[in-house]
Write a protein that binds this ligand. Structure first.
Ligand code: NAP
Length: 259
């Protein structure tokens, strides 16, 4: 029997990149998935693929930079299949969106980054938890970052949001550990996605390096990760196998951080 049979998962930022890979992996492990982001086409493409394979998936469009939409998301996400057992906070704004030195940082980009990367996981976790606590089983998995551990140059909002979300998740984990709900983070290194493609171009240009050479040296293992390198950890954390794992943050980063 697939590990997640009968579970219902909500994955934010699931239209592409890491979120898409996690959503597909949760689905293959037996979960019914609800996928959320702004880009309807990307979500529909994913849903079509999953449904064509005989599994259950529904899309919900949402802009998580809008607090009122974030507040309503869990209520909308329960409509297709029922209450959410597994929440994956993955949607994110990268430092690549507007990289600047701290003194030149734009307040608007600061606010956007904190809203999507930190406030949305706060709002969604709060809304998803009552059902998880009531049934005595739940999983909150947040895609944090290598920048939850070290600074991203010219990315103070990203660094602050990713350090912050790690603290938030540890705090929630502390409160719900004895109630059957686990709360964990995954800290990816550089992964081949739209967000990171822009970031590594910025860094290669800034350093006057050839892009391919720059990319090769990004991890100890060599090169960048792919989204499918991240997804199996999400499946593990969502499963009963990980029932004693909570308050953790797992580096999947090709050896960059050895803590
Ligand atoms: P990506 O391919 O650009 O995907 C980002 C996802 O977030 C998209 O589905 C996007 O969908 C969604 N999103 C962004 N703003 C949103 C908003 N306002 N409302 C709703 N959804 C929104 O990037 P990714 O690399 O897969 O990033 C996924 C997560 O991994 C992020 O939290 C990121 O910080 C983290 N991460 C990435 C890396 C990396 O190297 N790629 C490393 C460490 C951590 P729409 O644009 O359609 O809304």
């Amino acid at each position: 029997m697939p590990k997640l049979n009968g579970r219902i998962a909500l994955v934010t930022g699931a239209g592409r990149g890491i979120g898409r890979a996690i959503a597909v992996a949760l689905s293959r492990a037996g979960a019914k998935i609800v996928v959320a982001a702004r880009s309807e086409d990307e979500l529909n493409d994913l849903v079509d693929e999953v449904v064509a394979g005989g599994d259950a998936a529904e899309a919900v469009t949402v802009d998580l930079s809008d607090r009122s939409q974030a507040r309503e998301l869990i209520g909308r996400a329960v409509e297709p299949f029922g209450p959410i057992d597994i929440l994956v906070n993955n949607a994110g704004v990268g430092s690549s969106g507007d990289p600047r030195s701290f003194v030149e940082f734009r307040d608007e980009f600061w606010d956007l980054t904190i809203e999507v990367n930190l406030n949305a996981p706060y709002v969604l976790s709060k809304a998803a938890l009552p059902h998880m606590l009531e049934q005595g089983w739940g999983r909150i998995i947040t895609v944090a970052s290598i920048n939850s551990r070290q600074a991203a140059l010219h990315g103070s909002a990203y660094t602050a949001s990713k350090h912050g979300v790690l603290g938030l998740m540890r705090s929630i984990a502390t409160e719900v550990a004895s109630e059957g709900v686990t709360v964990n983070c995954i800290c990816p290194g550089p992964v081949q996605t739209k967000m990171n493609d822009i970031r590594i171009k910025y860094d290669a240009e800034r350093l006057g390096r050839d892009l391919a050479e720059h990319e090769k040296g990004l991890t100890l293992v060599g090169g960048r990760l792919v989204p499918e390198d991240i997804a199996p950890m999400a499946v593990y954390l969502a499963s009963d196998d990980a029932r004693m794992v909570t308050g953790q943050a797992y580096n999947i980063d090709g050896g960059i951080n050895m803590a």
